[in-house]
Design a protein around this ligand. Structure first.
Ligand code: SF4
Length: 156
């Protein structure tokens, strides 16, 4: 897919219709967690969407093999693929816009390899916002507020 890249874990060949010679591929994804999340399902829908751009055929079902017992779950794709496409459209619109998105730290950051980089960028953004707010107060004839530059942290 132009501008996007999917790392499909595996493909399963399935027969299409009643003719054994006709076959299609559906994506298979492996995840360690026992309970599937919406994100897991969206990820396999994204795999299917990327695959369909190559093959010209969107499979109706994908598979996720998950948890310590290697549970196999069939995931119905049409609605999830629509959702994945709307997220892709949103991402493309964000990429096309000139505005830089703010870095928002979250509960996964402590385990992330990019933590120090993101923290640095978020702190710098908070400093710039604080300075801009201070300039606004000054031009309005107000005393500058004493504020620390704190990065935005998402607590959910
Ligand atoms: S450190 Fe950065 S890339 Fe990693 S989870 Fe946090 S915001 Fe996302």
């Amino acid at each position: 897919m132009p501008g996007l890249c999917a790392k499909v874990h595996a493909l399963e060949r399935v027969t299409v219709g009643r003719v054994a010679a006709q076959s299609a591929f559906r994506p298979v994804r492996f995840v360690p967690n026992a309970k599937l999340t919406r994100l897991d399902k969206l990820a396999v829908a994204f795999d299917a969407l990327a695959l369909s751009r190559l093959t010209g055929c969107l499979p109706p079902i994908a598979k996720i093999i998950h948890g310590p017992d290697y549970t196999v779950t069939a995931v119905r794709l049409p609605k999830l693929v629509d959702e994945a496409q709307s997220y892709i459209a949103e991402l493309r619109a964000q990429q096309a816009s000139a505005a830089l998105l703010p870095v928002i730290l979250n509960k996964h950051c402590p385990a992330c390899a990019f933590q120090s980089r993101c923290h640095q960028v978020a702190t710098e953004q908070a400093r710039v916002q604080r300075d801009l707010a201070g300039q606004g107060r000054q031009s309005a004839g107000l005393k500058p507020a004493r504020m620390k530059a704190r990065p935005v942290v998402l607590s959910r």
